[in-house]
Design a protein around this ligand. Structure first.
Ligand SMILES: [Zn+2]
Length: 274
C-alpha cells in the first residue's frame, strides 16, 4: 500500500515538474521575443526597397535597372557589299527599343571608365585608333571582358584620309589596325568607323577589302556632357550614338543614359544586330 502511495506521489511530482517547466519556458520565451521592451528593430525582418530609377551614374549599384545590351530577335539585315563597297550605317531600322553606342579613339584610360561601364551595364563598340591606345592597349581588355567589342578606327586617325590617302594607303591604314587589334585582342574587327566620319567610294572599297562588314557613322553624339542630335531632339530606336574616351566620360555617359531613359530605350551591340 505504501508503495502504491509512494508511486502516486512520484507521478504527481513528475507532472508538477513538467507543468512548471512548461510555464517557465513559455514565460522566458515571452520575455525574450514578445515583451514590448524587446520590440527593438533587430527583431523585425527588414524589407529591401524596390529598385528605383537610376539618377546618379557615378554611384548607382543597380545595373539591373537598365536592361542593357538586349536584342530580343534580330529584325534588321545589313545591306550587302555592292560594287566591292562596304555599306554605310548610321541607324538601323528596327522596331526594337534599342540604340547602339560607339566609343572612339581611346585617349582617356582611367579606371573610372571601367567602373562606369560596369555600373551601368553598358556594352559598346570601341572604335580604337593605334596612336591613342598603343601606350596601353591592355586597358581595353577590361572592357572586352565586360562584353564590349574592339573595332577599327585606323592607325593614323587622319580625319582627311578620304583626300589625303589613295586607295592603297587607305587600305593599309584600315587593314593595319585590324592586324594590330587582332594581335592584341584575339579578334579581328568587322566594323570600321572613319576618323571624322567622312567616307568615299574608295574608302568603302578599302574597308570591304579589309574584311569590314560595314562603315559605321552616327546620328547622335554624347559630347561635352550633352546630347547632340543630327535629326530631331531625342534618341530613336536603332540610332547609332558617338562618344569618345575623354576626361568628361562620366558626364557624357550620364547624358547618354538619361537620353535613353527619356526615350524608353536601352543599348544593344552592333555586333549582335548585324
Ligand atoms: Zn576618332
Amino acid at each position: 500500500m505504501k508503495e502504491i502511495i509512494k508511486s502516486s506521489h512520484s507521478k504527481l511530482y513528475f507532472i508538477i515538474c513538467c507543468i512548471s517547466a512548461t510555464i517557465i519556458c513559455t514565460f522566458l520565451s515571452w520575455i525574450l521575443f514578445a515583451h514590448p521592451l524587446n520590440s527593438d528593430k533587430t527583431f523585425k525582418i527588414k524589407k529591401f526597397p524596390k529598385p528605383t530609377t537610376v539618377t546618379n551614374l557615378a554611384v548607382t549599384r543597380r545595373p539591373e535597372v537598365i536592361k542593357a545590351n538586349m536584342i530580343l530577335a534580330p529584325d534588321y539585315s545589313l545591306p550587302p557589299i555592292q560594287n566591292d563597297m562596304a555599306p554605310v550605317v548610321y541607324r538601323l531600322l528596327t522596331n526594337q527599343k534599342i540604340v547602339f553606342l560607339g566609343i572612339d579613339d581611346g585617349m582617356f584610360k582611367d579606371q573610372s571608365v571601367i567602373d562606369i561601364m560596369q555600373q551601368n551595364n553598358i556594352k559598346a563598340s570601341l572604335f580604337l585608333t593605334k596612336s591613342a591606345i598603343s601606350g596601353n592597349p591592355d586597358f581595353f581588355k577590361q572592357l572586352t571582358a565586360q562584353g564590349s567589342f574592339v573595332e577599327d578606327h585606323t592607325i593614323s586617325h587622319d580625319t582627311k584620309m578620304v583626300t589625303d590617302e589613295d586607295y592603297s594607303q587607305q587600305k593599309a591604314d584600315i587593314c593595319g589596325m585590324a592586324d594590330y587589334e587582332e594581335l592584341h585582342y584575339g579578334r579581328r574587327p568587322t566594323l570600321f568607323r572613319p576618323p571624322g566620319g567622312a567616307y568615299s567610294d574608295s574608302l568603302r572599297q578599302a574597308a570591304a577589302d579589309c574584311g569590314m562588314k560595314a562603315i559605321i557613322t552616327w546620328v547622335a553624339k554624347a559630347n561635352g556632357g550633352l546630347m547632340q542630335y543630327q535629326i530631331g531632339d531625342k534618341l530613336r530606336p536603332g540610332d547609332v550614338v558617338l562618344m569618345h574616351f575623354r576626361p568628361e566620360f562620366a558626364s557624357d555617359m550620364k547624358s547618354f543614359v538619361e537620353a535613353m531613359k527619356n526615350s524608353g530605350l536601352h543599348t544593344a551591340l552592333l555586333e549582335d544586330a548585324i
